[in-house]
Design a protein around this ligand. Sequence first.
Ligand SMILES: *[C@@H]1O[C@H](CO)[C@@H](O)[C@H](O)[C@H]1NC(C)=O
Ligand SMILES: [Zn+2]
Length: 324
Amino acid sequence: MAPVWVVPGALTVVLLLLGGCYASSEGSWCYDALQCGPDTWSSLGHCGGKRQSPINIIAKEVKYNPKLGAVTLTGYGDSKKLREIKNTGKTVDIELANGLQLTGHGLPATYTAKAFHFHWGDGPSKPGSEHYINGERYSMELHIVHTKNNMNVSDAVKDPQGIAVLAFFVEAYEKAKGKTAEAWESFTKNLEKVAEKGEVSDLDSSISLLDLLGSTDLTRYYRYPGSLTTPGCEEVVLWTVFADPILVPDEVVHAFPYALHTTESSNGPHIENNFRPLQKIGDRKVESSAALKEDGRSAASIVSQPVEFLLFIFVATLASFLPV
Ligand SMILES: *[C@@H]1O[C@H](CO)[C@@H](O)[C@H](O)[C@H]1NC(C)=O
Ligand SMILES: [Zn+2]
């Protein structure tokens, strides 16, 4: 009889081989299983690279950039631009009609919004944003994906600045009310029409992206170079991560994992916890916009302020005359 340790050993080898097979073909990745989860992605595309997303943004370590003002969004208030919604088995993807344009300091061109999708956990008590701020995460994260100069996505992933993603945190808030809350309630009614993987539906609502963004302050954000957060994790994304969450009713956050399924059957597993784990920042610098100066105050940003700088010189000069 073989020694007992041979059995788990052989099993491990089989699992590793299986994992290898799955990991070698695109489209077979997943969020939660051993053989296809994020630990296996490093062999897919660029997922093992050094410019990966998401990251934990630590406010006191960011570099304040006074030139980063509000981003300019053109056409986002148009309620006819949300074309169709699709269950991809990993998220819901909403295709946008042409004409939504993004410009702003630090973005080397005009970027055109192509689609948006979400990442979530499992309801209000189990948050699932991809980015963290100071080690904290939010209920959900909305990603609006744009390409440079209206390129198609397959061309954009070949350009190191080919894609700009606007990332908004979405937070469950019991008391969320008003126009923004209503827009999210109206939007989430569409989820049940695409319960199964592969289902596509027209969006029947008259809401615009601006309705969903509500009063989010477009001057308060972080900027850094990163990647797509799903395989092949192409390192082509200029990220703009807004600091202030959009507050939505609890039911909205419940609706995503509740309504959507990972397979072509509504008996299949629910889509939940569809976020990639944190990646290393490495040598990268995260910048903060002008309006976030007070949040991310560092020694360098204090000295850059003229009045404070003069005061600093004055005190320093005084000090140099004092006997020690
Ligand atoms: C993307 O655009 C390029 C150039 O315009 C074109 O050659 C290519 O076929 C397009 N790819 C897709 C998938 O549409
Ligand atoms: Zn995403």
